[in-house]
Design a protein around this ligand. Sequence first.
Ligand code: FEO
Ligand code: CA
Ligand code: CA
Ligand code: CA
Length: 733
Amino acid sequence: MTEQKRLDPHSLDIDTNPSQNQEFSAVLAMRLSRRRAIVSGTSATAAVALGGLGLTACGNSDDTVVVPVVAKPTPTAKGKVSLGFTSIAKSLEDKVKLPAGYQFSVLAALGDPLKNGVTAWADDGSETGDSYTMRLGDHGDAMNFFGLKEGKWDNTVSTSGVLAMNHEAISQQYLHPVGESLAEPRNENQAIKEMNAHGVTLVKLDKNAVSGKFEIDKASDLTRRVTLDTEMELAGPVKGSRFAVTKYDNTGAKARGALNTCGSGKTPWGTYLTGEENWGAYFRRVAGDDTNPLRKAEEVALNKRYGINAGSVSFNDKGWFTVVPADAANTHRFARWNASIVGTSLTGTDDYRHEANTFGYMVEIDPLNPTAKPKKRTWLGRMAHEGCWPSNPEAGKPLAFYMGDDSRNEYIYKFVTKAVWDPADMGTGLAAGDKYLNAGTLYVAKFNADGSGTWIELTHGKNNLVAVADTLGFPFTSQAAVLVGTRIAADTVGATKMDRPEWGCVNPLNGEVYMTLTNNNTGRGTTVPVDAANPRDYDDVDGKKFTGGNPNGHIIRFAEMDSKADATSFKWDVYVFGAEADDSVNNLSKLTDDNDFSAPDGLWFDPRGVLWIQTDDGAYTDVTNCMMLAAITGKVGDGEEISVNGQKTYKGKNPESDLRRFLVGPKDCEITGVDMTADGKAMFVNIQHPGENGTATTFTSHWPDSETNAASGKRPRSATIVITRTDGGVIGL
Ligand code: FEO
Ligand code: CA
Ligand code: CA
Ligand code: CA
């Protein structure tokens, strides 16, 4: 979805953070006061009732560069690698544009068969819903390549592997036959197609020795889909808690499907982490559900904070629950999307009132073991998970996983493992996941005005995360409560509200963490004041698409104290501010026509230390389609302190020619998802939702057919491309 559509009106990127985020001491005082009130006789119910008050607002030589892979690269001084391509121009063409000397091919597009015997994409919406369990899903997003040798993970192999990819959402208008009604009750085949077009695709790839192109092995059982019907296990504190009890599993241990899977993560042990982002918007609750006598106050608070509001239809709500299946035995596939109380049980064993609590997690999938049930790692918190990016592993030291919650004014988190890294765990799949991701500490970030930062622990019983309902109306009765209500816990401890945290990544050369703050078009400067880490509030200069806030976004970075993954403090600065080059006021990083961009989203350090930046923009799309840039970065503190309209902040050294535009996509798309083979010679990138602003009868893009057919009338399709150099050399350098 383009930014404009994402943000208004149909997006959970909306601000659902009502907290004032008072200083910790004030929060503590409030909670102590509340506790005293309860102790002295005020009922818990009354305290909970007060809780409603605060909640209404609301990127030919076969031997020139050896790419370091598994081993941590030797720290390299800036300048040892440098960008080796000429920056390309901005573009509004319905084509993928690359620098001279580069080429791409389409690996697979929406609806393409993944298995032998499945019919080809017909371009008329005639494919059955069920067939999508064997077709590429829609809106390909983050992805990771897992090299394969003799059936085992080998991160040094570049000719064979499993590519795992997310399918974040769908372009509903291009999935069905023209003229087919989307009215409710929904058509069963349509709903199944839409559901199956979500989830995750895993494809075994082999490089054809003759053509040099990757081909999907349709016979391999490593080529498969994970859909919304795939059974998963909840792992960590939320498993078996009251929050996860559903009609599907009265024990609260099982869930079905990874939903709105956005960013990803590749664990040091070789599994795939997929982040559930705007999952809440798929659920509907009837008006009055909050006042149902069976609805607990803690659930009301929880649903409100995560934007699952009674009596409203959210942007991703497809009405799937309205399907009347031909076989009544399939009712459970559809009824689950109605999160209203429809049963009579006290605990939710007879309906799906808690179904939404089984979403919002990082989900671990073993790409090399099709029979391993995916696990939802609840220790990593519940939020609009963008993705999850590990620290550089060091033997004998804990690992950190950095995460962002992508909605306006939400937070940046990290999870620190209790177990210390043992390289012998590489290749051991979900068993390693159980070791590292089922015990540890979750933290949320506070960015201070002096350029320092603090990681605040989100552990039950600490930092006032106690079993007393405060004005937010949610008592932290257990670690399960802290995690299922991660956002509320972060509010409570006074975390810093950010301009929509999207992707993060860790510099392989020095361990510094970078995170995109994509934009905050309406919230910053209005509902939430500017601060040092989110310092901008201005009007979009040309096109005037947005008034106020931070329309072009920025990339923040931080260095952990003493370079320790488990540090509780850090230093930060802003690596680069997005801007239009001709904006004399807000172009703080002095971008030029060669590297100006808006709304950074996807972000990835390749193993050589090149940073790839991808955009999902709505503020500069009058001038250019979305793009990918490459950068050689410096380090935290290499710039200067500046003042932006009176707000002090810290800016990195201007990137100058160390930041270059590498790719521009077709119309109405977002560029997202990026990985390379270990030899650095093939790069996978997703072109997501081309033509998204079109309708079933009026297309705004015909990509990828438009690449070779200027008069194309075909439907636009999200697709994965493979970028190579025409001389067969390494990419980017
Ligand atoms: Fe799925 Fe926040 O982008
Ligand atoms: Ca603009
Ligand atoms: Ca994104
Ligand atoms: Ca985005």
